[in-house]
Design a protein around this ligand. Structure first.
Ligand SMILES: Nc1ncnc2c1ncn2[C@@H]1O[C@H](COP(=O)(O)OP(=O)(O)OP(=O)(O)O)[C@@H](O)[C@H]1O
Ligand SMILES: [Mg+2]
Length: 344
């Protein structure tokens, strides 16, 4: 597979001192790569640099091997979908979509068939003659997506496109986008600060922190093998527990567990709630008391107070029915990834 987009050592510093530093990234053709990170970490800065709305201080951005930095936004082979839909309110959906094609001097018949095809792709055939004001937020965002797809960009840029939608709609849109991406083979850069959204739709995720790339891997790797404490804490639910490492073993209180990476001295042991289990064994387990049981559909989230920490664990429904508040239990960890303690 060929490299569609290449960002080489991109630097942009605003007068305030904020910005992005040393961003390098290759995106393959047909890949969906997500920029993920907390507010202000530089996601939009990278995206706007690709789209041409912002001039970087140094570095290069290439699409299919050619630098695009000298091109204004409208001449770049990119299209952008924003959080706010940016549709023309007085035009029908059809005209909103046809507009860009008319500018490109496409013939009337061709425009008609392209627009209808795009509307079918986003499942909005019936909205053709409506104005955007008559559509729901999700429908409007689908129109914005169809409009961007019609420009046939080499790279489609999406900046938190679903964040204004309610949770259920957001999930549907995710699935739809992924489906469209598979069918069209379009290369996409997707920005979000929602880790669940990133895990669910991406081929690869770029986790950013304070203007720099913290980790770049597949969703599975980011979840299972976080390279830093920041990534571990940012992605998914996780317990961060103080411990003492000796080679591949880590001591937490009286108990010892195996750790995936060898670290000596003060460590933070990161344990996902699905890797905490109840046990009868007295050795290599921690005593605790159940503080809370929250039923979350087919499983329950149980909070266990152990020493000075409260640990979260996921328990299947039938097992949680036998637990109660205040109960004394023992817990073990089936998988521990630890990091050198930041204070050490
Ligand atoms: N035009 C600008 N002038 C000065 N500072 C800016 C400008 N644009 C962005 N910044 C700053 O640069 C940093 C990165 O901003 P950016 O918009 O890229 O963050 P983000 O990751 O997209 O955040 P969010 O999730 O809130 O959208 C922030 O500290 C922001 O305040
Ligand atoms: Mg942003």
């Amino acid at each position: 597979m060929s490299i569609q987009l290449s960002i080489r050592d991109l630097n942009k510093r605003f007068k305030t001192g904020d910005g992005v530093k040393g961003i390098s990234l290759d995106v393959m053709k047909g890949e969906l790569v997500t920029l993920l990170g907390p507010s202000g970490c530089g996601k939009t800065t990278v995206l706007r640099s690709i789209g041409g709305f912002l001039a970087p201080d140094s570095g290069d951005i290439q699409i299919r091997g050619s630098s695009i930095l000298h091109l204004p936004p409208e001449k770049r082979p990119t299209a952008m979908v924003f959080q706010s839909y940016n549709l023309w309110p007085h035009m029908t959906v059809y005209d909103n979509l046809a507009f860009g094609l008319k500018l490109r001097k496409k013939k009337k018949d061709e425009i008609r068939s392209l627009v209808q095809e795009a509307l079918k792709l986003v499942q909005l055939e019936s909205a053709e003659h409506k104005t955007p004001g008559l559509l729901s937020g999700g429908q409007q965002q689908r129109v914005a997506l169809a409009r961007a797809l019609l420009l046939e960009p080499e790279v489609l840029l999406l900046d938190e496109p679903f964040s204004a939608l309610d949770a259920k709609l957001r999930m549907e849109m995710r699935e739809e986008l992924r489906d469209i991406q598979r069918r069209t083979g379009m290369t996409m850069i997707f920005v979000t600060h929602d880790q669940e959204e990133a895990l669910s739709i991406s081929d690869r995720i770029v986790v950013m922190r304070a203007g720099e790339i913290e980790q770049l891997s597949t969703p599975q790797e980011i979840y299972d093998q976080p390279q830093t404490l920041f990534v571990a804490g940012f992605i998914g639910r996780i317990n961060l527990i103080k411990g003492t490492g000796t080679g591949r073993s880590v001591a937490v209180g009286e108990a010892r567990f195996e750790q995936e990476r060898a670290h000596d001295g003060a460590v933070i042991a990161a344990v996902r709630p699905e890797d905490v289990y109840l046990t009868e064994q007295e050795t290599n387990s921690l005593p605790g008391m159940i503080r809370q049981i929250m039923i979350l559909g087919h499983y329950a989230e149980v909070s266990v107070e152990s020493g000075e920490q409260v640990l979260k664990m996921f328990v299947p429904r039938e097992q949680s029915a036998r637990l109660h508040h205040g109960q004394q239990v023992r817990i073990g960890f089936s998988r521990v990834v630890s990091f050198p303690s930041p204070g050490a």
